[in-house]
Design a protein around this ligand. Sequence first.
Ligand code: JA5
Length: 235
Amino acid sequence: MLIDIVTIFPEVARAPLSESIMGRAIDSGLLKLRVHDLREWTTDRHRKVDDEPYGGGPGMVMKPEPFFRAVRELRSGGGGATKVVMMTPGGRRFEQAIARSYAAAPGVHLIVLCGHYEGVDHRVTEALVDDELSIGDYVLTNGALAAAVFVDAVVRLLPGALGDERSSEEESFAVGEGLLEAPCYTRPAEFEGMPVPEVLLSGHHGKIAKWRAEQSRSRTQQNRPDLIGEPESPH
Ligand code: JA5
């Protein structure tokens, strides 16, 4: 899968995607990841990527020209079909089902644009962007972090990306679809006065399954009532 990320903070996007599973996906050729500095596509001496908003207001807006130059150049170097994704707090909520749909099209060249400052000139969105994504309802200082989250979630689903670290059976337990996992423990059986629940040491698989199911239910009720059709508790 070919993925280009375009950001004014390329190191922020690059660092998390060079480790572990992502690093191996790159080394094995499963993923070709290129992270670009948007300023490569500026033409002025100061490499300016933002300007004041028309209509007034606080903050700065990302200029359209560098994005248009970037996408034109990257599209021409990709070969076949291209999808342009914009990471922005105003996008549709990114979730596992969206990650799956991107992973199911590994032949598509992804170009991931990162918003910064108060926003991006809307002509970029209208003319270039196929999908606007938000990773959640919180404020980041940096859209490159959101891009790294998106790419990680997609690439780990590509066949062969996980090696034997984890299998896709885990998918059916993904948060957001079903219940939360029961608590888990490893050795020692007692640590600083805190014992592992006795049932887990019992060897009684029926009782263990029942205990886990009840723990899943109560933890989901407590932490993610939205997953079982109940209103989310106020903050
Ligand atoms: C925050 C100054 O969830 C997607 C995104 C959140 C966020 C993005 S993209 N950019 C920024 C930002 O804040 O630049």
